[in-house]
Write a protein that binds this ligand. Structure first.
Ligand SMILES: [Zn+2]
Ligand SMILES: [Zn+2]
Length: 379
């Protein structure tokens, strides 16, 4: 799929490079990862009778345990990404289950037990933290636990209730066996295009989404480009699994027969089978996993990161990188891959002709852009 990247070098009247939105974000430092902090990720479609009360409870518990991150609660369930000191994150994980052990933990820190939703069997994913993965703690009532309101281009809603229709949950071990046995299947990556760029499953199809809600519009084109989707068994994948609850349900609703979703998402698979590129046995998930926090990416190979492949490429010069910048249109700010060298050379990259045409680049006036923009076509 062709992507157009526009770039231009922007200098002030003295020839000095001006405000560069691409270097605003501090480069991620894998060395900052520490066992002292944990990031936890979970979701659960489970009825919540009183989302407001559950949010209020979180506003009590989160700060008490020094947690940061976000919790979204809707009548349909809960979705959370949090960071805290490891012992506090573990305490939260106990409390949130609301079982006997959870009730004991709640009374230990002096908060009411969690009895707003049945989360006794919730699957919680954990990874190393950095201590400042999130700026603060936020808990909110939402219409849905992830913003996945599937809507067609003509505005007709095509939403899916995962409690009604969803794909079969495939365990990481089962997917590993599919790979090892050479099974005939297609993997559709249901994340955003920029998440795909830094890491993805071997032989997976990039849905190329800019927003998850575009899936109904993208799907027919995807099937046209990859006719095997219509004939083979399908596995949908995403970071932690929550998007696939709806994506796989949507595929089923559209009449696709054998539809699976990866249980626990890429997170669980990489954790179970981190692989070792040095020994010629790389993980089937190639590259790093994009995260929606200040870590930017993560993996499970441990201290020696040369054990995994780097598959991200600078969208300007094509060198291997795992560094993200932003679309130079500040109103858009979409993530794009740009190497340190290109960022330091003050090259602006826009995600689309539309963003380029706004002429918006941080504090630079449109006149400053002149006609210096170049067009690069990426394969
Ligand atoms: Zn570059
Ligand atoms: Zn943009």
């Amino acid at each position: 799929m062709g992507t157009y990247i526009y770039m231009s070098e922007t200098k002030d009247t003295n020839g000095r490079p001006v405000h560069d939105p691409l270097v605003n974000r501090e480069e991620k430092s894998p060395n900052k990862l520490t066992r002292d902090y944990s990031v936890i990720l979970f979701y659960k479609y489970a009825p919540v009778a009183n989302p407001e009360a559950f949010v209020a409870w979180h506003k009590l518990v989160g700060p008490k345990l020094g947690l940061t991150g976000r919790v979204h609660i809707a009548k349909e369930g809960i979705n959370a990404t949090l960071e805290g000191k490891t012992e506090n994150a573990e305490e939260y994980m106990r409390i949130i289950r609301g079982d006997e052990e959870g009730m004991a933990a709640a009374s230990r820190i002096g908060v009411p037990p969690q009895d707003f939703a049945d989360l006794r069997d919730v699957q919680i994913k954990t990874s190393l933290g950095i201590g400042d993965a999130f700026p603060k703690f936020k808990a909110k009532v939402k219409e849905e636990i992830v913003s996945l309101k599937l809507t067609r281009a003509d505005g007709v809603e095509e939403d899916v209730d995962p409690n009604q229709v969803t794909g079969v949950h495939l365990k990481p071990e089962e997917l590993k066996a599919w790979y090892d046995n050479g099974d005939d299947f297609v993997i559709i990556d249901m994340r955003n295009d920029y998440e795909f760029k830094v890491g993805h499953f071997k032989n997976s199809i990039n849905a190329g989404l800019k927003n998850f809600r575009d899936l109904p519009e993208i799907l027919p084109k995807l099937v046209e480009q990859h006719p095997e989707i219509a004939t083979k068994k399908i596995l949908t994948v995403c970071t932690g699994g929550v998007r696939c609850e709806k994506a796989s349900g949507f595929l089923k609703k559209k009449g696709f027969g054998e539809v699976y979703q990866l249980d626990g998402g890429m997170h669980k698979y990489m954790e179970a089978f981190p692989g070792n590129a040095q020994e010629g046995k790389p993980c089937e998930f190639r590259g790093a996993l994009y995260t929606f926090d200040n870590r930017m990416t993560m993996d499970f190979v441990g201290e020696d990161i040369s054990k995994r492949e780097v598959i991200g490429r600078c969208q300007v010069c094509q060198v291997p990188t795992e560094r993200y910048g932003h679309c130079a249109n500040d109103a858009c700010h979409l993530h794009l891959m740009i190497c340190k060298g290109c960022a330091e050379n003050h090259i602006y990259v826009w995600c689309s002709p539309e963003c380029r045409d706004t002429g918006r680049v941080g504090v630079v006036h449109s006149a400053d852009l002149g006609t210096a923009g170049a067009v690069i076509t990426l394969a």
